[in-house]
Design a protein around this ligand. Structure first.
Ligand SMILES: Cc1cc2nc3c(=O)[nH]c(=O)nc-3n(C[C@H](O)[C@H](O)[C@H](O)COP(=O)(O)O)c2cc1C
Length: 534
């Protein structure tokens, strides 16, 4: 049995990193500001080449961009300007704030603790104004550092078990996560944050790709060691977490398509690079639990990757992972407005304006606003862990959405479950649950004051049965992507949003018996912000 299929590791990690009333009170951890990690990966010897800052506006409405994707086989390739826009609107520095100990560089996507543990790398063929190579994105300089010259896409094709999107992509972005940068504050729970924070970033990236007319696909199935070696990261500290294939070139298959079993293939030299990087802190604290979780979810060979992908749920035929059981309680039809009735303001405008709500006003939102958020955020994610079909991003989903409604005009306050396939909310219980919501969201004020708290819960046993420990990466990542889309859908309607952490088992208990057996994965609160960024 491979490591990945022995799912005890995911269960152990999940149990050991649950928050509870007791666990937060008995944890002696405090923040050592003198040892705070650097927010950027710095290669002192590599001069970044600056990316263009003048980019054309996409003009595509935010609520369209988050809800759709470009058909997979649409011939399109990003040029340098598109690359700059994709990077800026997903991981660029969009604002900065001074504080007594220094300065925080806030980025385009929300991130736990503003610690930004996700790094981006490009693996590309020749693009307009960007020669083929492997590059690291340096947000502080808004530039690219070239790690390798030449076309290394073969390595990713091989690593991804010939994923068709990777095989045809002019560009793949590799997202890595750096343990210490986030674990400094969150300790071993950081491995969950990898999925959340990579996910919010991907929500932006996917929306911008759609707005630029580029097909995009998130790929979680790859041979970890091969990708890490290509980037030459120290995999005890930083690991590849997801790949995003961008664009499509139908002519690529002849040169770099699936390798034949018999033909000898010359792989590019992926010898170590040995570039120096600046240490993040004076010293790092190791939390072995996360590295064990990562190792246990690694895929070790092309064959293992191909078999893993074969286990992903096909489009809606699989009710096990796709649809919740039919509603048995009272249902309320959602009222999503048509495209014509929605704000047409472009996606980039809302990404630049986005910032997590720090305080919600207790004023109600409307049912069409809530409907728009739920409908637009859950129309599907093009990802290898959701659909085995290249042409169809599919509607399968790993997370279920449960809501605590506090203030929505036309909807009684209470607990609900969202039936995405039917476009309805099923009422589980009515009542004013502001106090309980504040408690569930780690005793914070934000979830108590929000108009609605949207909890993501997953039925982990079938997910881990199918996808092994790597299903745990996928379920966290999907929650982050959907949460990131909710952020954007809220902002596109002049509302606010924030991601939140939670007391795991108390969340399940609150939504039970309906949620019995499910695990709490993520939480987003939405409502009217007291201060809305303009
Ligand atoms: C997954 C996730 C969890 C978060 N959890 C909390 C939280 O528990 N409490 C809180 O006040 N903010 C939380 N935040 C908001 C972050 O602190 C915020 O994203 C970060 O400071 C960056 O600021 P910005 O989103 O305004 O750019 C969370 C954000 C994310 C993405």
């Amino acid at each position: 049995m491979s490591n990945n299929s022995n799912t005890e590791a995911a269960w152990n990690y999940h149990e050991a990193t649950k928050h509870s009333h007791i666990s937060v009170r008995t944890n002696p951890h405090s923040l050592d500001f003198a040892n705070q990690p650097l927010p950027f990966k710095i290669y002192p010897a590599l001069e970044p080449s600056r990316l263009p800052t003048e980019v054309r506006q996409t003009g595509v409405a935010a609520l369209s961009a988050i809800a759709s994707s470009v058909p997979a086989q649409t011939n399109a390739a990003p040029d340098l300007e598109a690359v700059a826009q994709l990077l800026y609107l997903s991981a660029g520095i969009t604002r900065q704030r001074k504080y007594p100990g220094g300065e925080i560089y806030f980025r385009a996507a929300a991130c736990t603790g503003a610690l930004y543990e996700v790094e981006l790398y490009l693996v590309s063929g020749d693009l307009a104004n960007l020669p083929a190579g492997v590059y690291h994105f340096a947000p502080a300089e808004f530039g690219l550092q070239r790690l390798r010259a030449g076309d290394y896409r073969h390595v990713l094709i091989e690593a991804s078990g010939n994923d068709p999107a990777i095989a045809h992509a002019p560009l793949t972005i590799v997202c890595t996560c750096t343990y210490w940068r986030n674990a400094w504050k969150y300790q071993a729970r950081t491995y969950r944050h990898f999925g959340w924070d990579n996910g919010t970033l991907l929500a932006n990236l996917l929306a911008v790709a759609t707005a630029r007319g580029l097909p995009a696909k998130v790929v979680c199935g790859f041979v970890d060691a091969t990708v890490n070696r290509l980037l030459d990261v120290d995999s005890e500290r930083e690991v590849a977490f997801s790949l995003v294939a961008l664009g499509y070139d139908s002519g690529l298959s002849a040169q770099s398509g699936p390798p034949s079993q018999n033909a000898p293939r010359v792989l590019p030299d992926v010898s170590p690079l040995g570039f120096e990087t600046v240490p993040l802190s004076r010293h790092e604290v190791d939390y072995p639990l996360m590295r064990e979780m990562h190792a246990a979810s690694a895929l070790d060979s092309t064959e293992e990757v191909a078999a893993w992908r074969g286990h992903t749920p096909p489009r809606s035929t699989d009710t096990e992972l796709t649809n919740s059981p039919p509603p048995t309680g009272p249902v309320i039809e959602l009222q999503p407005p048509s495209d014509a009735e929605m704000s047409g303001d472009p996606i980039e405008q809302f990404i630049l304006r986005r910032g997590s709500s720090r305080q919600f006003a207790r004023t109600p939102i409307s049912l069409p606003q809530l409907s728009t958020m739920l409908d637009r955020a859950t129309r599907g994610v093009p990802a290898d862990f959701l659909s085995s079909s290249f042409d169809d991003p599919g509607r399968s989903q790993l997370n279920y959405l449960y809501l605590i409604v506090h203030a929505v005009n036309g909807l009684a306050s209470g607990a609900y479950v969202y039936h995405r396939d039917r476009g309805v909310l099923e009422c589980l219980k009515q009542g004013d649950f502001r106090k309980q919501a504040g408690y569930l969201g780690l005793e914070q004020q934000l979830p108590a004051d929000a108009a609605v708290d949207i909890f993501f819960l997953a039925d982990l046993p079938p997910i881990l049965d199918r996808l092994g420990n790597r299903g745990y990466r996928a379920v966290q990542l999907e929650a982050g992507i959907l949460g990131g889309k909710l952020y954007l859908a809220a902002y596109a309607q002049r509302l606010g949003a924030t991601g939140l952490t939670f007391y795991d088992d108390d969340v399940t208990r609150f939504f039970s018996p309906h949620a019995e057996g499910k695990s709490a994965i993520f939480l987003v609160a939405v409502g009217h912000s007291v201060k809305q960024r303009s």
